[in-house]
Every structure is written in structure tokens, then in C-alpha cells.
Design a protein around this ligand. Structure first.
Ligand code: ZN
Length: 76
């Protein structure tokens, strides 16, 4: 019985470690892609544009008014 308990604890710890690592990675990857939550850094300085319509220039992230694709940061 003792070994079973030990095994269960080890498995749980392993799962926690794995899920902790992967969720961290997910958050890091998503937060930038998803909404540009790093806006606070340089929102006044950043221009958002559509990859299909470079004439679109917005000061805030959003979607293109022509094709409603997600806007991307424009290279200056
Ligand atoms: Zn567009």
C-alpha cells in the first residue's frame, strides 16, 4: 500500500510540473500574438496595419476594416 501512495504522489507531482511548464509557455506565446497585451510599453508609438492592406494604419490593435483580419504591428 505504501508504494502505491508513493507512486500516486510522484505522478501528481509530475503532472503538476508538466502542466505548469506548458501553461507558462502557452501564456507567453499567446499574450503577444493574441491581443498585443504588451501595448502599455509603446502604444503611442506603435502603428497597426493589415498584412493585406498596408494603407490601413491604426494607432490601436484591432481588425482590418476591409477584410477584418487581425492587425499587425507595422514596421516603420
Ligand atoms: Zn485587410
Amino acid at each position: 500500500m505504501k508504494t502505491i501512495k508513493l507512486l500516486a504522489v510522484l505522478v501528481i507531482i509530475g503532472l503538476l510540473l508538466v502542466s505548469g511548464c506548458s501553461s507558462k509557455d502557452d501564456q507567453n506565446g499567446e499574450s503577444e500574438d493574441d491581443r498585443g497585451t504588451t501595448v502599455s510599453e509603446s502604444s503611442a508609438d506603435t502603428v497597426w496595419t493589415c498584412s493585406m492592406h498596408p494603407e490601413i494604419r491604426e494607432s490601436e490593435p484591432g481588425s482590418c476594416s476591409k477584410c477584418s483580419m487581425k492587425l499587425i504591428k507595422a514596421a516603420k
